[in-house]
Design a protein around this ligand. Sequence first.
Ligand SMILES: Cc1cc2nc3c(=O)[nH]c(=O)nc-3n(C[C@H](O)[C@H](O)[C@H](O)COP(=O)(O)OP(=O)(O)OC[C@H]3O[C@@H](n4cnc5c(N)ncnc54)[C@H](O)[C@@H]3O)c2cc1C
Length: 399
Amino acid sequence: MSSSHYDLITVGGGMAASALAKCMAESGAKVLILEQETRFRDRIRGEYLMPWGVAEITALGLYELLCRECAQKIPWIDLGMGGPPREFTTTTAQQQPAMGYSHPEMQEVLLTAAEHAGAEVRRGVTVQGVEPGEPAVVIAASGKNSERISARLVVGANGRSSQTRKWVGFELTKEPNPFLICGIVLKGVATRDDIAFVQFNPEIGTVATIFPQTKGRFRVYLGYPSTMNYRLQGSGDVKLLFSEFARTAPVLAPFLTSAECIGPLASFEADDFWVKHPYRNGVALIGDAAATSDPTHGQGMAISFRDARVLRDHLLASPDWDRAAHAYASEHDEYFAKCHTAGVWQRQVFQEQTPEARLRRQKAMPLIAEDPTRVPDYLFSGPDLPMDDSVRARFFGEV
Ligand SMILES: Cc1cc2nc3c(=O)[nH]c(=O)nc-3n(C[C@H](O)[C@H](O)[C@H](O)COP(=O)(O)OP(=O)(O)OC[C@H]3O[C@@H](n4cnc5c(N)ncnc54)[C@H](O)[C@@H]3O)c2cc1C
């Protein structure tokens, strides 16, 4: 075992890690990124960044880079509620479009940018343990070699299955959601590439989405209750995905008539799970490692970029990194709680299949059809919008 010391080490080199590492390296910190993959591949992850997430990448100084290297703006969305599509740049709090990209391409762009900013990047290295303390220590393995590396701050950014949580003793709170989401990348989808489609079908509790990426590719998702008599998994289920997609959103089905599958197909649980106060004793968590949200609502990347931005801001504002990381963790608790509540409200009105939910819809849906602004704009404009009982009552048609 050899040893060395850094200001900051990230466990994982995904989007959250690379965004933070780039900013910290630019400001002069000695940064090390440890990423197990030697090449990123399609794991079926987020590729549609909400307008409030676009505001976060702007604040991180990543907007121009992503637009130039791998992303495209998607200013329009059709939520299947009748009427014309919505234009985000004039209707969101941030006046920003949404953005689309291939997730692995975006990861490569951000990791390369972090390296160019001065961060040391080691790929093919798996972190096997993290010891909190002053300094915190990471145990990194590559082939038969193992190394103890210390840092003022270790940042666990190793995704939804983060082991860092377990090694450091963070407790996970889990809210089960009896729902699955299945994704696939297609080419040959017969629609424009500047508009996204999201259609809930409350009667069968499903949701169908089409998100454009660059280079003529489209990410298609089907969200469905886990009580369905199937779990879509593997290329053999492409046909069933297409037919369930058509059952959910008949008006979108013609777009897929000549589409061809160009990536893996898999389903994921849609539970929310999170750590309260994601910092302790020299180890912070960011991105999905800190809080994983229901992918149906497409909030994960915006939250992950916000985590990177908020932690960066606190670290740059104070020489006392212990205090700075505690401040990040407190702020994280606040905005994630609001994202979580917004997701629960969405599910209760649009997705749940209980008799109570049907009654709720009978009350809420006609009013929403008359005035779509009754649906609070958290998913697109983010958790800084006011959230209180009056907003909920208006959404649920109780006023
Ligand atoms: C089906 C699905 C659809 C989604 N759709 C959307 C969407 O439309 N919009 C949206 O905003 N969000 C969406 N999300 C969520 C989004 O993908 C995540 O929030 C985001 O990828 C989190 O980024 P991250 O950097 O925290 O984690 P990850 O992207 O998981 O990156 C973690 C990195 O850590 C590495 N790693 C893990 N363990 C180790 C280790 N021990 N040692 C070294 N490296 C390690 C991994 O290889 C990986 O590169 C979706 C998620 C799913 C599952």
